[in-house]
Write a protein that binds this ligand. Sequence first.
Ligand SMILES: NC(=O)C1=CN([C@@H]2O[C@H](COP(=O)(O)OP(=O)(O)OC[C@H]3O[C@@H](n4cnc5c(N)ncnc54)[C@H](OP(=O)(O)O)[C@@H]3O)[C@@H](O)[C@H]2O)C=CC1
Ligand SMILES: Nc1nc(=O)c2c([nH]1)NC[C@@H]1CN(c3ccc(C(=O)N[C@@H](CCC(=O)O)C(=O)O)cc3)C=[N+]21
Length: 299
Amino acid sequence: MTAHVIDGRKIAAALSEEVAAERDAAAARGERLGLATLSVGDDPAAAAYLRRIDRTAARLRVPHRSVTLAGSARIEEVLAAVHELNGDPSVSGILVLRPLPEHLDEAEVFAALDPVKDVEAVHPENAGLLALGTPRYVPSTAAAVYHLVDTWLAEIGEEPSAFYRRSRIVVVGRSNNVGKPAVSLAYAKQAAVTSVDEWASVGGRLGTHTRRGDVLIVAAGVPGLIRAEHVRAGAVVVDVGINVVDDGGGSRIVGDVAWDEVVGRARAITPVPGGVGPVTDVWLIRTTILAARHRTETT
Ligand SMILES: NC(=O)C1=CN([C@@H]2O[C@H](COP(=O)(O)OP(=O)(O)OC[C@H]3O[C@@H](n4cnc5c(N)ncnc54)[C@H](OP(=O)(O)O)[C@@H]3O)[C@@H](O)[C@H]2O)C=CC1
Ligand SMILES: Nc1nc(=O)c2c([nH]1)NC[C@@H]1CN(c3ccc(C(=O)N[C@@H](CCC(=O)O)C(=O)O)cc3)C=[N+]21
């Protein structure tokens, strides 16, 4: 078997058209759209994402304001920047890039966000709503994961709700940003759910769990972590990992899945690059547009 390759770039292009229509409708209602990003320090993954956000926002004609603080910034300065963005009427959505430098408490920064502008649902109120199955905003990466699978299901004529109800979804990685939201969304789909973190690997039981997945979502940040032996034959594999590896002088991006092995075992698979990443950017802009509507409704 050779897996169907789910084309994230194509799916992102189609989604972009929907989002452009949503932007036009929001503008016609007089809503003020704008995304602000806040980054502290110069983490390469965060910088790469920031460049992508900038391009995607420009392409979809949603203003993007980027605030960058030095890696040595004190928590007071970071909180002051958040408060400034909270009060800026040209900003409907705020994203705080991860990782923050070690000396900063992520939770303190997230709790300072205006919940109505918190497009990644990291404020406790929004994270709580997501965990309860009544999200205000769906974090972009987890949203992108299911958008890719749902689009493929539609293409092959499978009804998503029936598919998920008879499936086990296994999520590798349980960060607040990616793994946990992916689990919350899996609950909402009434799938059977398994969540594992690094201890499954340490204990030599990763494959025991992952082989049970009809859908296997991998967000660990470990290149090549998932090999053929970890995958149920005929599974749907979604690779979230973005890892920069040396490539004889240059560098290239690979996911967490050993592509060459797993492509022969899965039923469908998302590539890296060109899978989850391109859809994530567009989803962020979509949420920024939604946030403008919420602001209009709450003020
Ligand atoms: N495509 C996209 O749009 C995006 C991609 N990413 C990428 O996704 C990956 C994960 O990101 P993020 O969630 O932020 O990362 P984090 O580092 O915050 O979390 C990683 C999670 O994976 C777990 N983990 C680490 N090693 C293993 C292992 N050997 N076996 C099983 N689990 C393991 C960790 O376990 P423990 O909790 O025990 O430490 C942790 O729960 C990264 O490669 C990142 O670059 C991130 C955001 C968006
Ligand atoms: N608060 C926060 N939220 C994030 O979602 C977040 C973050 N911080 N910090 C950094 C990581 C990384 N990240 C990427 C998303 C898409 C691509 C992406 O689209 N990559 C292209 C490849 C690009 C290339 O080839 O250079 C692709 O997958 O096709 C990359 C990286 C989001 N992150």
